[in-house]
Design a binder for this molecule. Structure first.
Ligand SMILES: CC(C)(COP(=O)(O)OP(=O)(O)OC[C@H]1O[C@@H](n2cnc3c(N)ncnc32)[C@H](O)[C@@H]1OP(=O)(O)O)[C@@H](O)C(=O)NCCC(=O)NCCS
Length: 325
């Protein structure tokens, strides 16, 4: 059978770092409050004129370099983002052009907010498994700072900008067992009735603006622990494994307290959980590939390791994937 193997990754964070101490100069908050409630210490904010496509291209180019490939080797770009450069065209086509792909392959954006990377990975995996493409770049890239109300302390302290990318490649000789390297399963969910607990105040058709992030923090927290916990357990069950078989949990990086609660729920030691939220806050669709890349680059994640990734975001959307590196 065909499996999609992840052959490389790349990431990009803007140079400008905004610490909790910096934020105390503009909103009524404190380092202690932010760290205690979220574990976040700093976030990276895109520079003047730096767009989602710029960050996405940097991450994708690094992933290509790490794999020894060029844009000409890629059949599809799926870019998960909530903060496209423009309402249209898709930001993915700008990345396609910058990677020198000409008219080769196809490129489109995916909108599932913080679950975007898991959704995009699932879509790319299915394109590969059905034999339609051989290689895809899946990118999560966000310029979340542009949709934040910087006077609202309940949201502006939580988010940041950045991008991460992975390259998926078809392995046509997979055995179909969980010993295969690559994406072993994907699990996607949504429940639209909760769309208003985490959303923007506007959009093209509603207000002819982009709107700004609005959130019922307590409700989102409650759903996050419940839904991400549920999808982790479903993923383990579907693959007939237990948490003891997992080498790494690579969760959506929204809040350290949510991550800790999820690890505790499945009894996974803290040393097996990849945490980067302290360094870059919640980067929405970019958060999982950023965390993944950091643990690959520092040598923690090794070939053959079993990884579980999971996320929840506005929609509500949530999902997970089991991957053998
Ligand atoms: C946002 C979150 C950290 C708030 O923590 P909380 O314990 O629920 O805090 P509350 O909302 O009850 O607020 C407690 C107090 O802190 C205040 N507060 C809110 N933000 C603050 C800030 N940045 N600094 C200082 N005080 C703040 C509130 O105004 C409130 O004050 P009050 O009691 O005088 O009204 C938490 O709800 C959370 O993490 N939710 C999930 C968010 C998330 O992950 N979203 C993305 C999902 S993809």
């Amino acid at each position: 059978m065909i499996r999609s193997r992840i052959i490389s990754c790349g990431s990009y964070l803007p140079r400008n770092i905004v610490t909790n101490a910096d934020l105390t100069k503009t909103v009524d908050t404190s380092d202690e409050w932010i760290v205690q409630r979220t574990g976040i210490k700093a976030r990276h904010i895109a520079g003047e004129g730096e767009n989602t496509s710029d960050m996405a291209t940097m991450a994708a180019q690094k992933a290509l370099d790490n794999a020894g490939l060029t844009g000409a080797d890629i059949d599809a770009i799926i870019l998960a983002t909530t903060t496209p450069d423009r309402t249209f065209p898709a930001t993915a086509v700008t990345v396609q052009d910058r990677l020198g792909m000409g008219d080769h392959g196809f490129a489109f954006d995916m909108q599932a907010v913080c679950s975007g990377f898991v959704y995009a990975l699932a879509v790319a995996d299915n394109f590969i498994k059905c034999g339609q493409i051989k290689r895809a770049i899946v990118i999560g890239a966000e310029h979340f700072s542009s949709i934040l109300n910087w006077e609202d302390r309940t949201t502006c302290v939580l988010f940041g900008d950045g991008a991460g990318a992975v390259i998926l490649e078809a392995d046509e000789n997979a055995t179909g067992t969980k010993e295969d390297r690559g994406v072993l399963s994907t699990h996607l969910h949504s429940e639209g009735k909760h769309r208003d607990i985490l959303c923007t105040s506007g959009g093209p058709s509603k207000t002819q603006t982009t709107g700004m992030v609005e959130m019922n923090g307590k409700e989102v927290f409650r759903h996050a622990v419940h839904r991400m916990g549920q999808t982790i357990e479903d993923t383990l069950k579907f693959n007939n494994i237990t948490a003891a078989d997992i080498d790494w949990l690579v969760p959506h990086q929204a809040n350290k307290r949510i991550i800790d609660a999820l690890a505790k729920r499945i009894d996974l030691p803290a040393e097996q959980v990849v945490v980067t939220v302290d360094k870059h806050g919640n980067t929405s669709a970019a958060s999982i590939p950023l965390a993944l890349c950091s643990a690959v680059e520092d040598g923690r994640i090794k070939q053959g390791d079993l990884l579980l990734i999971e996320a929840m975001g506005g929609g509500l959307t949530w999902g997970s994937s089991l991957i053998r590196w």
